[in-house]
Write a protein that binds this ligand. Structure first.
Ligand code: GLN
Length: 254
């Protein structure tokens, strides 16, 4: 049986806006594909597991990020090594910021990131919006195509000259509300502001992560999904309609 070892970083601390739904979605898909998904929850002061094919880190408030940022630095080398070897990563919002070079919080405290991504994030940089809140629709820069989600962040993220955006904004704010970029992607590691949670609503991204995790084990998909069993494509369509129509509740500073 194919097997994927997923490392979930700080699950009890970084879990905003139903980010745990991402794990349930991966469980759902892998089960249908006959793949065994071993979820290894790693929290503060625990060791990084020997075997890892996929990393997930969710979002959190500034204080949650402060709580984990120092601990995450212990794993900086191993995570960068794995990412350079092609391991897939999904780091959402607060997780994305800490996978970058640094995050300056709303209290002006700079948290050092693990530098997987060439980007820096700064809270309350944009003077027009206190927070970037709302449904978001993006076009990924690769074959993953269109994605929908929900964003809620105070930080603006700026990509360095070596960084590729994960996608470009059709509706919403993304990295900073100005340059139309959303997230970043380095090798198979994805940093994104899309909560939602992102995976139940974006089937192609789920399959991408599973495929890359299996490739990391040098195995290819042996079974195909029976799409009729899944509600996910429908969830994407209705979410997209919602994102297009009701995009009116972004909070603006007067
Ligand atoms: N605290 C960060 C911000 O507001 C991350 C929030 C989140 O993970 N949704 O920018």
């Amino acid at each position: 049986m194919n097997e994927i070892n997923l490392v979930h970083l700080y699950p009890e601390i970084l879990n905003l806006y139903a980010d745990r739904g991402n794990l349930l979605t991966l469980q759902h898909y892998t089960q249908k594909m006959g793949i065994s998904l071993n979820i290894q929850n790693i929290t503060i002061s625990e060791q990084f597991p020997e075997s890892c094919d996929l990393i997930f880190m969710g979002g959190g408030q500034d204080r949650d990020q402060e709580q984990v940022s120092h601990d995450l630095l212990r794993h900086k080398d191993v995570i960068n090594h794995l990412v350079n070897g092609g391991i897939p990563v999904l780091a959402v919002c607060g997780g994305y910021q800490l996978f970058g070079k640094s995050y300056r919080t709303s209290k002006n405290k700079t948290l050092e990131g693990i530098g997987v991504f060439d980007c820096v994030s700064v809270a309350n940089y944009n003077k027009k919006y206190t927070r970037f809140i709302g449904d978001i629709l993006i076009n990924a820069s690769n074959e993953i195509g269109q994605l929908i989600g929900f964003e809620n962040h105070a930080a603006s993220t700026f990509l360095g000259s070596n960084a590729e955006p994960f996608g470009f904004i059709e509706k919403g704010f993304g990295n900073n509300g100005v340059d139309k970029t959303e997230g970043t992607m380095y090798k198979n590691a994805i940093g994104t502001y899309l909560h939602g949670p992102i995976l139940p609503r974006n089937e192609k991204l789920t399959l991408f992560l599973i495929q890359k995790a299996l490739e990391h084990k040098s195995k290819s998909l042996q079974k195909h999904i029976n799409y009729h069993d899944l509600n996910v494509e429908r969830a994407f369509k209705s979410g997209k309609k919602f994102a297009n129509k009701k995009y009116s509740f972004m909070r603006r500073v007067k």
